[in-house]
Design a protein around this ligand. Structure first.
Ligand code: NAD
Ligand code: IPM
Ligand code: MN
Length: 357
């Protein structure tokens, strides 16, 4: 029987609360299927680990993780540890070290999910963001000169390589072709006169290889407006690291909230493990109270199942989430309910069990 080795980094704040439910759900699916199994190994890395050891993960953390088939991550960040340290030394380090250059983020209004927009049907919000996840504005290149002096200067470089732009744009075209959907590129060439002009040029070049794919190109400011005013314009979307970060929180807001927004950090060549996570953070405002919505994490578990070649199970999980949303009886407070994180996880489990009777 195939056993998938999963490294679990529950992390900080609500991370452990939501990841518990994700693990529970994956175990149940393996049990129901009977043809594969998961072996979970938990790593206590994160801000509490940092407080004890002075580092977010051990020096050989990346080497340890490289032996796994996938990583399941909760959230990272805790007041008291500077965010740029906690995130750069754990989450971003993993994305970069494992060349997880594709960040796949569905922005899809599930049946029963609340939407703040008026006159919008479920099918109007059905996008997949393909966010560049390895370079761009997140390259980590820059300098801090004359620190603390009156002439202090900081420089944060955006790094857009030809290889980096081509591979993410090509991935998005392949996805659009496979799904029979249009592809929209979001950039900002009018102001970012090197990086985004280059991005647009590469998008135009690669689009010639895919004459069957309908393409659109928007400036990021207009795209933000259209995501609210006319979301059905967008199907597959490709964009840079920072724009993808911002637009997918906006996407979460129109598709049920942060508690329903999932993401997969993929190394398409499968040379390194990919990482699955909710896109929300550690939510210190609700941490430790059993209030966190675990459905984003469950959705990311569904992405993991797709990735391992079980799209039928990925779909079953989405159906279960929709059932729970439509019934509206067992929901966390962000979705207007009064159930706990664990109760919502249990409800997904019982939907899975019911389907199998
Ligand atoms: P956040 O996503 O943690 O929280 C934003 C708001 O959404 C909060 O009101 C929170 O209560 C709510 N929320 C988020 N997830 C929820 C869930 N599952 N259920 C119900 N409500 C939920 O963003 P933030 O407050 O800007 O960041 C908090 C910390 O998390 C910071 O340290 C930040 O750097 C970090 N962060 C980490 C990740 C990650 O690990 N992937 C992502 C984003 C932010
Ligand atoms: C996300 C997060 C991260 C990002 C942060 C925590 C570094 O906001 O996954 O969306 O910006 O990529
Ligand atoms: Mn984000």
């Amino acid at each position: 029987m195939k056993t998938y080795k999963i490294a679990v980094i529950a992390g900080d704040g609500i991370g452990p609360e939501v990841i518990d439910e994700g693990v529970k759900v994956l175990k149940k699916i393996a049990q129901l299927d009977g043809g594969f199994a998961f072996e979970f190994t938990h790593f206590p890395w994160g801000c509490d680990y940092y407080a004890q050891h002075g580092e977010m993960m051990p020096k050989d953390g990346i080497e340890i993780l490289s032996a796994f088939d996938a990583i399941f991550l909760g959230a990272v960040g805790k007041p008291g540890v500077p965010d740029h340290i906690s995130l750069w030394d754990l989450l971003l380090k993993i994305r970069k070290s494992f060349d997880q250059y594709v960040n796949l983020r569905p922005v899809k209004l599930l049946k029963g999910a609340p939407c703040p927009l008026k006159d919008v049907r479920e099918e109007d919000i059905d996008m997949i963001f393909v966010r560049e996840n390895s370079e761009g504005e997140y390259a980590g290149s820059g300098s801090w000169l004359y620190k603390g002096k009156p002439n202090e200067v900081v420089i944060q470089d955006g790094v857009f390589s030809r290889v980096g732009c081509e591979r993410i744009i090509r991935y998005a075209f392949e996805l659009a072709k496979q799904e029979g959907k249009s592809l929209t590129s979001i950039s900002k060439g009018n102001a970012l006169n090197y990086s985004m002009v280059f991005w647009d040029q590469i998008f135009a070049e690669i689009s010639k290889e895919y004459p069957e794919v309908e393409t659109h190109s928007y400036l990021v400011d207009a795209a933000s407006m259209f995501m609210i005013k006319d979301p059905k314009r967008f199907e597959i979307v490709v964009t840079s690291n920072l724009f993808g970060d911002i637009l997918t929180d906006l996407g979460a807001a129109i598709a049920g909230g942060m508690g329903l927004a999932a993401g997969a950090n993929i190394n398409p060549e499968r040379k390194f493990p990919s990482m699955f996570e909710p896109i929300h953070g550690s939510a210190p405002d609700i941490a430790g109270q059993g209030k966190a919505n675990p459905l984003a994490t469950v959705w990311s578990a569904s992405q993991m199942l797709d990735f391992f070649g079980y799209p039928q199970w990925g779909k079953v999980l989405i159906d279960c989430i929709e059932q729970v949303l439509c019934e509206g009886k067992v929901l966390t407070a962000d979705l207007g309910g009064n159930s706990s994180t664990g109760q919502v996880g249990d409800e997904i489990i019982s939907k899975l069990e019911e389907r199998n009777c």
